[in-house]
Design a protein around this ligand. Structure first.
Ligand code: ZN
Length: 117
């Protein structure tokens, strides 16, 4: 009597219904633009980072004497270049006076010019 073919498929849902697929593989990335450290180059940074204070402000040197080679040479690299302010921490007005003094000192051959090994 009951000669029914048992239909196992209750609903004819065919075709891969992609439900709940993760949309791409884009994870929620926190935009870390301009992080505090670049985390890239690890060159031996020998310059010890201490508190950068302008030496001239601390010692209250107002006029920088171009004859003071010992003082000036602290701000001149081996090549003869003037060390940039961001490395030495000298404040802008003092750096300008320092630069002037170094250039004067170069002219009277107390300091080397830049660009010479
Ligand atoms: Zn200063």
């Amino acid at each position: 009597m009951a000669d029914e073919t048992t239909r196992t498929a209750p609903g004819g849902v065919e075709g891969g219904q992609s439900s709940g697929a993760p949309s791409g593989d884009r994870g929620p990335r926190p935009g870390s633009a301009r992080g505090p450290r670049p985390a890239g180059r690890e060159g031996g940074r020998k310059y010890f980072r201490r508190k950068k204070v302008c030496k001239f402000c601390v010692e209250k040197i107002d006029a920088i004497n171009y004859k003071d080679v010992r003082l000036l040479s602290q701000f001149v690299a081996e090549s003869g270049k003037i060390v940039p302010r961001r490395l030495t921490g000298v404040c802008t007005p003092h750096q300008r006076r320092l630069t002037k003094a170094i250039k004067q000192a170069r002219n009277i051959a107390l300091l080397p010019f830049a660009g010479r090994p």
